[in-house]
Structures are given as C-alpha cells and as structure tokens.
Design a protein around this ligand. Structure first.
Ligand code: HEM
Length: 127
C-alpha cells in the first residue's frame, strides 16, 4: 500500500494524541537516581505516552491534530522517546508491526452484522 503515506501520518498523529496504552508502570529492582530523582528499590515508576506526547517541550502545538508533523521532513530529529505509543524495547509491543497503517483497510472493514440480520442469500459468509 505505497499510497497510504498520509493515512500513516494520520494514524501516527491519532496514536500521539490518544495512545490507547496511555500509561505504563515499572517496579524498580534496586535503588537508582534518574535525572536527580531518587528511586528507591521496589518503587513503582510510571511512564506516560499521553503526557509525553503532549509535552510542549517536545512538540510544537502539542494539542493540535496535525498529521503532517509526521512527514519525513518534519519528523527528522524527533527525540527517540518523544513518541512511544507501542512502548519501547525490551518490552515493546509485539503487535506494533500488525497495527501499522498498511493494515488500515482491515481495521476499517465494516463489522459483520449479527447472524439473524444477515441477508439470506448473501452468496458468501462475512469474514
Ligand atoms: C494500536 C494498537 C496497540 C497499541 C497502542 C499497543 C500498545 C502497547 C504498549 C504501549 C505496550 C507496552 C506496555 C508496557 O511497556 O508496559 C504493549 C505491549 C504488548 N502488546 Fe500491544 N498494543 C497494540 C496492539 C497489540 C496487538 C494487536 C497485540 C497482539 C497481537 C499486542 C500485544 C502486546 C503484547 C503481548 C505486549 C507485551 C510485550 C512484552 O511485555 O514483552 N498489542 N502494547
């Protein structure tokens, strides 16, 4: 689907503003210090794509819906973890590749009507 470049940008922008996994948590296995913050062992550390994706220090007009911010020209140089709707290694989402915009036509496929509302001689069963 080489012609879906704009669709890809639209999906990326939708996942930026509305990441379904808006927060993830980790438990610290030992004491640590991150950016000057002391993290004691066993503390729960929350990381939010929703908050990061709307950080005005990382994004221009963060609340605006602007798919073209994901164009190759404008997204060049974007910090690696400014955008992580699928998490990050080593626990990155295994569905990331299957949820790519090339599959958007599949996502948009109308849901099959309930069995008792299907036409009697439809010719083939809905998938
Ligand atoms: C738009 C769709 C999806 C989004 C936004 C999404 C998001 C995420 C995120 C943020 C994580 C990391 C969670 C963390 O770090 O704590 C994750 C992990 C995971 N996702 Fe997805 N996901 C999506 C679709 C899928 C699909 C379709 C599958 C299955 C085919 C899937 C399977 C998994 C699994 C198994 C993990 C755990 C990976 C691990 O811990 O090693 N996800 N997902």
């Amino acid at each position: 689907m080489p012609n879906l470049a704009y669709t890809r940008m639209g999906v990326d922008e939708t996942l930026r503003l509305y990441p379904p996994a808006w927060i993830t948590n980790r438990r610290a296995i030992q004491d640590d210090t991150i950016c000057g913050y002391r993290i004691p062992a066993d503390a729960i550390v929350s990381i939010s794509p929703y908050v990061t994706h709307r950080d005005p220090g990382l994004w221009e007009n963060p609340e605006g819906f602007d798919p073209e911010r994901f164009s190759p020209e404008r997204s060049a140089g974007c910090p690696h973890y400014a955008y992580f709707p699928f998490g990050g290694e080593p626990r990155q989402c295994i569905g990331k590749e299957t949820m790519q915009p090339d599959d958007v036509p599949l996502w948009l496929r109308p849901k099959a009507p309930p069995k008792d509302e299907q036409p009697e001689h439809a010719g083939h069963a809905p998938v």
